[in-house]
Write a protein that binds this ligand. Sequence first.
Ligand SMILES: C[S@@+](CC[C@H](N)C(=O)[O-])C[C@H]1O[C@@H](n2cnc3c(N)ncnc32)[C@H](O)[C@@H]1O
Length: 638
Amino acid sequence: MPSKSKKSKTKDRSSKSKVDTTYEDDDWSAETIPAGCRRSESPFESFDDAEGADEYGHWQLDIVGEEIDYYNRIWYEVEWGTWKRKDGTNGTWKNEYIGSRPDIFNSWKRQQATQRRREMKEGLSYEFSTSLDIHNNDTRLRAQAFEEKLEERKKNPLNWEEARLKQLAEEEERGLEDGDDEELVSGVPRKLRALKSRSQPRSSSAWPSQPTPTHRFVSDKVASSSSVARTPASSLTPLPSAGSCPTPLFSSQEPTSSTSRMTLTPESSQASLHSMPLDGTQEIPVFDNLHPRQPPMSEKARGKRPARGVVSTPSSSGSHKRRRLVLSPREVLSDEWSRFGAPITFRNDVDDEEIPPLGPNFRYIERGYVYDDGIPGVDECRDFLLSCSGHDVCGPSRIGNCDCQGESHLDDKTGRVLCAYNKKGLFRFNVLRGVEVKECTPLCKCSPDCPNRVLQRDRDIPLEIFKTLDRGWGVRTKEKLPRGKVLGMYTGLLLRRAKALKVHSAYCFDLDGQESLSDSEDEPLTEDSYSVDSQDIGNWSRFMNHSCDPNTLVYEVVYDQMPSTGMPYLAFAAVRDIPAGEELTFNYKGVNAELEANTPISPKKKKSGGRKVVSSDDEGSFSRECRCGAAKCRGYYV
Ligand SMILES: C[S@@+](CC[C@H](N)C(=O)[O-])C[C@H]1O[C@@H](n2cnc3c(N)ncnc32)[C@H](O)[C@@H]1O
């Protein structure tokens, strides 16, 4: 942990608005901090006129939040008893001094543990998935809760839908009892919604320019105030650490004074946080960058933004009062499914079916598989994964030279290794059937932005799941997509093919793109033939319908499991530019079918890997009437 340099402490305070001097002598020089994370100048404020200490000069304080900064230092968000700024705020950030108040510190930790346990037990708005990058999406404590929940779920599988409805009813009942008119009622517990609002995923369009989110956890107290209606009183001084990225926590209010400063005596700072500092020997930077790239939203504008699920109704006295609303199933589902990437919405202009029919146990997972009993999951591969040495190998300037790709068959005629993606992260269509794209693995030293980690990124395409006229529900993009855009992967339950054949699910996808005819009568299934079924576990891609002239193709990717074990991920990439609003489709014939555009296709041709949709009417012919509507529709799909 960097310490304050003497040099900075003894600096002439009249020029102390240059607060970056605080860390100027240590390793964390400004150059090492990514541009978007650099700390802006931090003005100071004075406590000279502060009142409210007890007879011993001690102040009452509460820890109400915790944040980790760019350098992994933990900062505690503290609210000071009766003291307040003129604007009503009373928060500051503290780090090492907090150790001198073990009682407060321990009570805060206990509070966190309690909340974490509650989330672990009750939280239904998030579910675990084997390869989900929770640390980039959620708070540290939620990550912990997530792992504990995983253990819990192994012991007690949850009937998700039933539990959600039960919780909905409980929330409703509780809300009516306590008459809290600022609450939302939904399948998402209040505390979790509050946390969600303060720990948006990286891809959240609200904060597009933040390169590294800080992991944060907030107490009930702050979480509640930050939920729907934030008041000026919840405004806090931003974290004073260099490189800390702005988070939605902070009020958009301007600092009270750009020249004011907060001071601590050496005794008070080292001995006890309890004592509110009142003389001027040590300076603590407080106000920091207030979302420099985002114009602050005025209280007025904020007030005008209706919170979801809440309506404002005029009361008899003329004032507006919030009325509780139950979120519709469509809104609840949309909230749940949008947690791991860009928004997913639902629309039906055809009939009155509100949401697609999902089984009562349906579980949404954006990435990865859930492995059926007896199938080795990704954890068991970890020790055998390849790894490359990092940015000097697969960084943008040397794309295509990554050791991981070196093990694949992606090379040009001269033997030069080719990367499956270009610098913009677009699929290059240079993969032949039967070749898995090997993205960098969890053991690689490269960053999440490595150009060879495209399928691992958060989904950034907003999608709409909509009712088609004659093919059930489908999915369309809400934004235009360039050719090569990687959309995501097909997720679900990974099971042995022999078992999948008995299941007769319309959502089963075979993973044997490279082993043709392996499920035909001529060639018996092996132990290594797998399928993925998204009947009860899956993501948006389970709604992709077949087209004889599709706009996406399927290719295989591995990154956290061993190559050639027959369990790759099935990724979707746009085969052409796709305008906003167009339905996303692929060829059910299977992996890389579109790459083999010259392959003659006949209804009598045996299935050669890829998706299989079984209909009882077909008596095993595996073909069904196609209603894709494409000009070159073959009239059936397999
Ligand atoms: C994986 S699901 C696709 C999503 C599905 N439409 C739904 O509502 O859940 C596959 C099913 O969609 C329908 N389907 C997909 N593509 C079709 C097509 N081109 N023509 C007719 N039906 C299609 C068939 O009922 C098929 O069994």
